[in-house]
Design a binder for this molecule. Structure first.
Ligand SMILES: Nc1ncnc2c1ncn2[C@@H]1O[C@H](COP(=O)(O)OP(=O)(O)OP(=O)(O)O)[C@@H](O)[C@H]1O
Ligand SMILES: [Mg+2]
Length: 319
């Protein structure tokens, strides 16, 4: 298999002064194939940044292996590090006194690319990240969002085998975040980059990643294709369309029995979205509705989105 990144049983405990060590990641294993874009998801403190920092060689794992393009990173760190570029959480790792173009030339240069050879790619990145107007302004004068885009472009220009992105859209305004997402999507669609990306923004993940690895409390809980997860959850996500409005008593009963159920209404219709585990739960809802004298117009499967799936998994609903 053409795996370019693989972590095996990666474990990291942070030591603390006068306190028990924190088990940040506990035997995390997953693999990323060449040109695959994989999302690393998990709630705050799950261990995403720790995983990425270990792979990027910024912190040392307590145990486990990290394979980058056939090289064990902890045994041959220098050779392995030539194969990764990382953009870390909130870190705009660029040279403030250099212009965007100079930054890009610099980062291409340290990777050993001749400036003449990467000029076209640099032009492309400047275009892609909409930095043309600021091409000759020093980086410290750029807005935060532009600096973030430049930092990402600098990671890209190195053209390493693997690209690690930790929360690349964090703290950006809606438009900049959209632009960055668009740029990443284009990169991903060209299928020429292997990317591991962490994000809390499910739109980013759903847009860019084919596969997701979900970690919770330092452990991998899901490793699957996004399309498979959506298929899996579609089977349990129901939408009921009802005639008229629900009486309050029925609404309370439903919510008491199914706390996660969502109700919405227009003038003449009520919609119930519910995640039902099996047939018996479906019948329970039907019974409640019938007992409340409600007329059901239709029952259908709802198209779940990654956000709902993620929450359901993290809340431990999926057995
Ligand atoms: N330098 C550190 N010293 C001690 N504990 C740490 C350190 N860095 C992280 N941790 C702990 O390790 C665990 C994993 O943290 P990590 O930053 O990897 O999570 P994350 O998934 O990136 O979270 P977020 O979504 O908030 O960025 C947390 O419990 C965190 O408190
Ligand atoms: Mg983090």
């Amino acid at each position: 298999m053409d795996t370019v990144l693989e972590v095996k049983d990666l474990t990291k405990r942070y030591r603390r002064r006068r306190a028990e060590p924190v088990m940040a990641i506990d035997r995390v294993s997953f693999a990323v194939r060449k040109n695959e874009v994989v999302g690393l998801l998990g709630p705050n403190g799950a261990g995403k940044t720790t995983t990425i920092k270990c792979i990027a060689g910024l912190i040392k794992a307590n145990s486990g292996e990290i394979w980058l393009d056939g090289i064990e990173a902890q045994r041959q760190p220098k050779r392995a590090m030539e194969r990764v570029a990382a953009l870390l959480e909130g870190n705009r790792n660029i040279y403030w006194r250099l212009t965007p173009r100079e930054n890009l030339e610099f980062f291409a240069g340290i990777q050993g690319h001749m400036v003449g050879k990467v000029k076209r790619y640099i032009d492309e990145l400047i275009e892609l990240f909409d930095l043309k107007d600021k091409e000759h302004t020093s980086a410290r004068m750029l807005s935060r969002g532009m600096q973030q885009k430049l930092a990402l472009a600098c990671a890209l220009v190195r053209q390493t085998e693997v690209l690690l992105l930790d929360e690349p859209t964090l703290g950006l305004d809606v438009e900049t975040s959209y632009e960055l997402r668009h740029a990443l999507k284009q990169m991903a669609a060209r299928g020429e980059r292997t990317i591991l990306l962490s994000s809390h923004d499910m739109h980013v993940v759903e847009d860019i990643c084919e596969r997701v690895v979900i970690i919770n409390n330092g452990r991998v809980v899901v490793d699957d294709r996004v399309s498979n997860l959506i298929k899996l959850f579609r089977a349990s996500a129901y939408r009921f369309e009802l005639e008229g409005r629900l009486v309050e008593q029925l609404e309370l009963k439903l919510k008491e029995r199914f706390p996660l159920l969502a109700l919405s209404a227009t003038d003449h219709r009520t919609y119930i979205d519910a995640d039902l585990k099996d047939g018996s739960e479906l019948y329970e809802v039907l019974d409640l509705l019938k007992a409340g004298g409600t007329q059901i117009k239709s029952i259908g499967h709802k198209e779940p989105d990654l956000e709902e799936i993620f929450l359901a998994i993290v809340r431990g609903q999926l057995e």
